[in-house]
Design a protein around this ligand. Structure first.
Ligand SMILES: C[S@@+](CC[C@H](N)C(=O)[O-])C[C@H]1O[C@@H](n2cnc3c(N)ncnc32)[C@H](O)[C@@H]1O
Length: 256
């Protein structure tokens, strides 16, 4: 390692090992998280931790789990999902939707449930950086704590009890396609009616966030919607031509 800044040198090393560039994530939080992990594993500095990561796949796996914070739940901020459902009622099928940073599937399945209730045909593409999260998502089994905002009616209609929790029933599971995608490196799809990207932008630097929003604006059809997290209100300079239509919901104008 050579950089004068051991943290940046460490990130270069992680990038070589994983292809993931952590310089796009806000430094104070990321550095705190990585230093905590390094200390817990008994390394005195980033340099020795980096050497160990190159030798030990389980250490690397742990690091990736730690940096891709996968906290999620079904219908997180339920009133926002209710607003989204009202708007989707006016959409012409089939809906082309992308859940970006979908964690273990709670978010795209929430969307699939809304579509099922509306009888709306939908193609839902759900992506995340983390392979482990995607595997769990495809299985679709959840502990009760992820389901706190799921009504009894929805639980009965869209989930079945299994020994380790509740499994999303197959008509809902079949509506979602999971794939690995890095928002900071991979190409974005086109002609989308809806992008759901919640509680991810908050971890990124302003420059990275801006680049992603610009990419989303390109990906949407005119009239398409971007749904962000409830801590991620976009300000004027972030908007890239999108206009706010409800809290945390933005639309690409029909006439840009
Ligand atoms: C806090 S979770 C949010 C999950 C869900 N969207 C929600 O709001 O409940 C953030 C997710 O973003 C994913 N993520 C982080 N950086 C990413 C990137 N560059 N590309 C794709 N996904 C990313 C993480 O793996 C994690 O699953």
């Amino acid at each position: 390692m050579s950089d004068l800044d051991p943290y940046l040198d460490f990130l270069r090393h992680v990038r070589r090992l994983t292809g993931i560039d952590l310089t796009h994530y806000k430094r104070p939080q990321m550095e705190r998280r990585l230093a905590h992990l390094r200390d817990r594993r008994g390394f005195s500095d980033f340099s020795s931790y980096a050497s160990a990561l190159a030798r030990d796949a389980s250490l690397l796996r742990e690091l990736l789990d730690r940096v891709t914070i996968q906290v999620s739940e079904f219908f997180r901020n339920p009133e926002r999902w209710a607003e989204l459902q009202t708007r989707l009622a006016a959409v012409h099928a089939p809906l082309r939707a992308w859940s970006a940073g979908c964690a273990q599937g709670e978010e795209p399945y929430s969307l699939a449930i809304l579509c099922e209730e509306l009888g709306l045909q939908a193609d839902i593409w759900a992506t995340d950086l983390d392979e482990g999260a995607l595997q769990a998502a495809a299985r679709g089994v959840y502990a009760p704590r992820s389901l706190a905002n799921v009504s009894r009616e929805r639980l009965q209609r869209f989930f079945e009890p299994v020994p380790d929790g509740w499994r999303v029933r197959s008509p809902v599971r079949r509506r979602v396609r999971f794939e690995r995608h890095n928002l900071l490196a991979d190409p974005y799809p086109r002609d989308l009616d809806l992008i759901v990207c919640r509680n991810l932008l908050i971890y990124l630097t302003d420059a990275a966030k801006q680049a992603i929003i610009a990419g989303f604006a390109e990906s949407l059809r005119c009239g398409g919607l971007l749904f962000v997290g409830s801590t991620e209100q976009l300000v004027a300079i972030d908007l890239c031509g999108l206009r706010p239509v409800a809290p945390f919901l933005y639309q690409k104008p029909v006439e840009p």
